[in-house]
Design a protein around this ligand. Structure first.
Ligand SMILES: [Zn+2]
Length: 219
């Protein structure tokens, strides 16, 4: 298996990390996966592993490194022949960084880069405070749209609510938690000269272009 590049996507909740991972994967023809989605899928399986993973998720505990290692390895193996990999949500700990380094060596040493989406916390909170979503079809309405004021979805008639994820206090806590937890991972890649800083406070397409341009110059 010859994987040319591994791109690690880093960025706090609300930074658009998932969206950018998908766009980048599509553009480059690389396999993309989110470990969060992967773990939730496994947790729904009626297997021993599924039950264990569900237990950890329900309790809000980080999956132990050894278990995560096996899950991650199985996933990468199942992808077969791919040109490159885009990782959303992995590695999260220095233990996971160590494993990824090992796996990278096994894969013939693809080039690694970590993309960090920088977003201003105040701008992010302001953006989230200005939107409501339909409880039924999940369409998002910004504060300058008429539906925001009426509180009724124009597509399905559902009620508009502020998602708990979007609650500024909850969001601020998740934002700070993310930065604190991933700081060692970010510093690791920074010290190796593998970190790419991106201004995440731009429209989606602009962020995408900046990521492409900065990654291209590394190859
Ligand atoms: Zn709706």
């Amino acid at each position: 298996m010859v994987i040319k590049n591994i791109y690690i996507m880093l960025g706090p909740p609300g930074s658009g990390k998932g969206t950018q991972s998908k766009l980048l994967g599509k553009k480059l023809g690389y396999a993309y996966f989110s470990t969060g989605v992967l773990l939730r899928d496994i947790a729904r399986e009626q297997s021993e592993l599924g039950k264990k993973v569900k237990g950890f998720i329900d309790q809000g505990i980080i999956i132990p490194d050894e278990m995560m290692r096996n899950i991650f390895r199985a996933k990468v193996t199942s992808l077969g022949k791919v040109k490159g990999l885009i990782l959303d949500g992995y590695p999260r700990t220095l233990g996971q960084v160590g494993f990824l380094d090992e796996l990278t060596a096994e894969l013939g040493g693809p080039k690694t880069a970590a993309v960090f989406l920088e977003v201003d916390k105040q701008k992010l909170l302001a953006r989230l405070a200005n939107r409501k979503s339909c409880a039924v079809c999940h369409t998002i309405y910004k504060s300058d749209m008429p539906e925001y004021a009426t509180g009724v979805c124009s597509k399905c008639g559902g009620q508009l609510v502020m998602r708990s994820d979007d609650d500024p206090a909850v969001m601020e806590k998740r934002f700070e938690e993310y930065l604190a937890k991933t700081a060692p991972v970010k510093e690791h890649y920074e010290s190796q000269g593998l970190l790419v800083h991106i201004d995440g406070d731009q429209p989606i397409e602009k962020v995408h272009q900046e990521i492409l341009k900065k990654l291209e110059t590394r190859n």
